[in-house]
Design a protein around this ligand. Structure first.
Ligand code: NDP
Length: 314
């Protein structure tokens, strides 16, 4: 680790609702936090369109705009928000080290990790194109399902998330085609049963999406039946993908306890990790809820835990 050295009381890594909320609380507690935004300033919400389920916005809010407001709020409270990616950490000692953009070193008495998670995508050209223009491709049914009230949608995946999201969509959509590449669901028995009992979910086993149809908005999906080798087209206006998430925790794996997928394991009911003075907030430790509001809530917890940790050390 080389380059310029700087020491801070509180270093926050990542800039979604978890990181900015932690920054607001830490700044108000006089911890002078420095937050590095990472690869995708603002996090996952900047690739969704309208956010309708964050309290305080009765008419909904654009995801990017909401993140800009959270950033401004953190800065107004005294947090310093910087461009830059933390590329390496060393959590050996009581003073924690981090490397910024592979060159400068920053040391910190406390660290809050809010690096989030990314949805996995199929990687189809049509899927990514329609996702990027807000044309009806989404990886979050709870965020975007309400835009498809009374319409037919596709939901890809056969795990617990897919079952949960299909059940959620079925409440508002006319029909949910659940596209599963194997001839069984990977989800728990309880979730499988729930899906079986919902009349407007049709599970298409042995089907793989080959193309999302539509130029500016989803009009359908071309699916390949890997058993019969036939193709089928379903007419839908929404295309949801629920094939797992990848937490952004690679640089911490040497130091922190992670589960088999890579989520950071926190001590129950707190934001504490297995390393003293290192806390976690948001999706980097949450594979169940994954919402902006829960991320913000755990961001608050992490800043309060860090503040108490620093107070005890003084
Ligand atoms: P999973 O990894 O469990 O499931 C992913 C699903 O997507 C599988 O059905 C998989 O198919 C499918 N898939 C993966 N890649 C592709 C692809 N390229 N094309 C088509 N299908 C694909 O992820 P989840 O997000 O569902 O769950 C992650 C973890 O979180 C699990 O441990 C789960 O139990 C847990 N969870 C718990 C919940 C709860 O307790 N309420 C709610 C949600 C998640 P295949 O089976 O063929 O590999």
């Amino acid at each position: 680790m080389s380059g310029q050295n700087e020491h801070v009381k509180c270093l926050i890594i990542g800039s979604g609702p978890a990181g900015y909320t932690a920054a607001i609380y830490a700044a108000r507690a006089e911890m002078k936090p420095i937050l590095y935004q990472g690869m995708q300033p603002g996090g996952q919400l900047t690739i969704t369109t309208e956010v309708e389920n964050f309290p305080g916005y009765p008419d909904g809010v654009d995801g990017t705009e909401m993140m800009d407001q959270l950033k401004k709020q953190a800065e107004n409270m005294g947090a310093e928000v910087r461009f830059g990616l933390i590329t390496e950490v060393d959590f050996t000692g009581p003073i924690h080290k981090a490397v910024v953009d592979s060159k400068d070193t920053i040391t910190a008495d406390s660290v809050i990790i809010s690096t989030g998670a990314e949805a996995n995508w199929l990687g189809l050209e049509s899927e990514i194109r329609l996702r990027d223009i807000g044309g009806g491709v989404s990886a979050c049914a709870v965020c975007d399902g309400a835009f498809y009230k009374g319409q037919d949608v596709v939901l890809v995946g056969g795990g617990d998330s897919a079952c949960e999201e299909a059940s959620y969509l079925a409440k508002m959509c006319s029909k949910v085609y659940m596209v599963v590449r194997k001839d069984y669901l990977r989800a728990s028995k309880a979730m499988q049963k729930r899906v079986e009992q919902i009349k407007n979910i049709e599970v298409l086993f042995n089907h793989e999406p080959k193309e999302v149809l539509g130029d500016d908005a989803v009009e359908g999906a071309r699916l390949f039946n890997n058993k019969t080798k036939e193709e089928v087209i379903v007419k839908v206006t929404g295309f949801f993908v629920a094939i797992g998430h990848k937490p952004n925790t690679e640089i911490f794996k040497e130091w922190l306890d992670l589960d088999e997928v890579g989520y950071i394991i926190n001590q129950a009911g707190t934001s504490k990790t297995n390393v003293e003075g290192v806390f976690v907030a948001g999706d980097a430790a949450d594979k169940v809820y994954r919402q902006a509001i829960t991320a913000a809530g755990t961001g608050c917890m992490a800043a309060l835990d860090a503040e108490r940790y620093l107070a005890e050390k003084e």
